[in-house]
Design a protein around this ligand. Structure first.
Ligand code: ADP
Length: 321
């Protein structure tokens, strides 16, 4: 950080911590100001304050302010579920790949301490390198950047973690070198207990997506997940119904042995958006579990995930308004 001695009066200014460098050339002051983590209105206010402070210094006739941001505008989306086994991680991995195919720079934080499966799902098992005390995400399927609790501890060990340890590890993952990542998905552990609550608070998501199966019980659990995000003040972007109906491995036709429309009706009753449904499909399971998420290829599954990804982005825009 270089500061021009003739602009030393700025040191006393309350915003000095954000002034990364200052230079006086002739009577023009050039300031680089860090505007990380603040909204557009505050950015303008910060710029005005700094500009006025510099203008007040003797010998300055013009001020040029360059606002920088160490963290680019990035949306964080948590993926939660009321209980385990509903396909939350599988959906999250494919959604990430679908977003990447739409041209977004996508990251994934796997915070599922009960079963960190993203390294398998995204085919990214390498241990992340550390640079300047930040973990560097590992590139997986579709170029999705991944940091997972599963990359840091041997399988099975994360399970024994209590809330504070899990939340410490999550902080390290969030603090990773995410660079220009535009959208960061956080695969939360299933359930709605204290661990989930503290992790959801820590991740400070812009929105949450809930994955549920059509069974009534799972939907009741989904309602609890919605309550969980309510407690953390996180807007729920919507519900994804997974394993809804059965996709025939031979002809691809989807049938509904248990009926359909339950999740849609529940979402409507709960006042949240219904983002779409995915059938029970053995090819989706096999490809995902093999680290080749079908969202990366052509086909009905890829189309379904592309639709979901578009709706998630739409919802993010809607809540930002
Ligand atoms: P969760 O994260 O909710 O615990 P997972 O994503 O680990 O669930 O999924 C549990 C199992 O269900 C995995 O073997 C996965 O491949 C399978 N699965 C997920 N979604 C589907 C689906 N739509 N059709 C078939 N199998 C699925």
């Amino acid at each position: 950080m270089a500061h021009d001695p003739s602009l030393s009066a700025l040191i006393a200014h309350p915003d000095f911590a954000r002034i990364r460098s200052s230079k006086l050339k002739g009577d023009i002051a050039a300031l680089v100001v860090d505007a990380s983590g603040i909204g557009p209105d505050e950015r303008n206010a910060l710029e005005t304050r700094v500009r006025q402070a510099a203008m007040a210094i003797e010998g300055v006739r013009e001020v040029r302010v360059a606002l920088t941001s160490s963290r680019p505008e990035r949306k964080i989306v948590a993926i939660g579920s009321g209980k385990g086994g509903v396909g939350k991680s599988t959906v999250a991995a494919n959604l990430a790949v679908a977003l990447a195919r739409m041209g977004k720079r996508v990251g994934m934080i796997d915070a599922d301490i009960y079963g960190p499966s993203q390294p398998t799902l995204l085919g990214a098992h390498q241990r992340p390198l550390v640079e300047k005390q930040h973990l560097i995400p590992v590139a997986g399927a579709g170029g999705v950047r991944l940091l997972s609790i599963g990359q840091l501890v041997p399988p099975g060990q994360a399970l024994a973690w209590r809330g504070p340890m899990a939340s410490g590890a999550l902080a390290q993952l969030i603090d990773g070198e995410w660079g220009d990542t535009e959208i960061l998905l956080v695969d939360l552990p299933p359930g709605t207990g204290d661990v989930q609550l503290s992790l959801a608070q820590k991740a400070r998501p812009d929105g949450a997506v809930i994955v549920s199966t059509p069974q009534d019980l799972a939907l009741i659990d989904a309602t609890r997940a919605i309550d969980l995000f309510g407690k953390t003040g996180t807007p729920v972007l919507g519900l994804i119904e997974n394993m809804a109906g059965y996709s025939c491995p031979h002809c691809g036709e989807v049938s509904d042995p248990f009926g359909s429309g339950g999740a849609e009706a529940s979402a409507a009753a709960l006042g949240i958006a219904f983002l779409g449904r995915l059938p029970l499909s053995s090819s989706l399971r096999e490809a995902s579990d093999a680290g080749t998420p079908p969202a990366a290829n052509e086909g009905p599954a890829a189309d379904a995930f592309a639709d979901l990804a578009r709706r998630v982005l739409d919802q993010l825009e809607t809540i930002a308004r």
